[in-house]
Design a protein around this ligand. Sequence first.
Ligand SMILES: C[S@@+](CC[C@H](N)C(=O)[O-])C[C@H]1O[C@@H](n2cnc3c(N)ncnc32)[C@H](O)[C@@H]1O
Length: 397
Amino acid sequence: MARKTPTVATQRNYSVLDVQSAKRAALAWLEQAQLQKAVGFGLPEVDDRYHVWRVPLLNKSNHERIGEVVIDARTSLISENKSTAPAVLEARLLGRNGTAEKKYSPRNGSYSLSALRNTIALGDSEEILQELPAGSVDLVFTSPPYYNARPEYTDYVTYEEYLLKLRKIIQNVHRVLAEGRFFVMNISPVLVRRANRNEASQRIAVPFDVHRLFVEEGYDFIDDIIWVKPEGAGWATGRGRRFAADRNALQYKPVPVTEYILVYRKHTDKLIDWNIRAHPKPECVKSSRIGDGYEHTNIWRIKPAHDKRHPAIFPLELAEKVIAYYSFEGDVVLDPFAGIGTVGKAATKLKRRFVLIEQDSNYVDIIRTEAKTWLGENAAQVFTINCAPIQVQDILL
Ligand SMILES: C[S@@+](CC[C@H](N)C(=O)[O-])C[C@H]1O[C@@H](n2cnc3c(N)ncnc32)[C@H](O)[C@@H]1O
């Protein structure tokens, strides 16, 4: 009997493996737009150059093609910016010639302020992000979980699985981020310790792999800022000790004292000037201007922060700089890997709103308690998802 050749989707290890699964994903999308009664499907095709499935959309009454849904084959998420917008489909169903200019995002084209309140959410960002309105966030600053660097972060079996998770978050953030706004990520190579003396330790250049994800998911690279910690900070990794003792050439290994702050902008044809000039509140633009003493170069010297409640926080000073340089007063700043909420603290201090998503309930409890010190009585107004509202009676005024 002839052996069945594996399909391209199987060979590529996609999560959308066949025509039926592609149609199911497309149907769920059509149902959200309430177009499933009027729109049917042609034959879905996999395009492994771009790692997508393309599902042709047909007018059910005359079987004419009116657009397509593009599904990311690796994550099974719909690529909104590559699919025909529901508004365009509606126009074409009605016999009008819908143009692609009308994007299915309430804040595209026009510039309106986000209506989001300060929000604390318990859960997996990949899911929570889907509950936020499109274009409702003005800046993202985050530092993702480490890949296998510490025993408490062994959630990912392989490095590829870890990157896929980051891809899904970067993709979901793209939808909620407003046009032309920034996604700033604090990230660095990780050291995977050797299992025994006969093995070499391994250093994984995570930022360079993550860069590719950002570009593929529709962001433009803007800057690589180097966060330098005072000397001495990296010695705890043990790297460089062997060389310091033996001094053999080839054994040289510098002690890492830097991390990257990678800056991306959600792709748009508009210049930054547009984000500044079209802002509906010019007084916010004015009050957000940066005073003297700002960082002139891409080397920022900041002491690392430590907190016994969390093993990997970033310093408040770092969050404050990023928020001040890449957002306006009143903006919404999102951290999809919030930890104990450093971004929330910095955002409040700088008169911005925050959206903090964290999957560990212990950290969320810390954020909920801390929010009272940041916001005082106003902490009662914080919108909470999957966790109890904040009680403020016990605050001493
Ligand atoms: C490097 S820490 C961030 C610390 C934070 N910058 C601070 O200063 O507190 C990464 C955090 O992401 C959380 N996390 C990991 N995967 C997540 C996911 N899928 N959704 C939400 N949070 C996640 C971890 O529990 C961890 O607290």
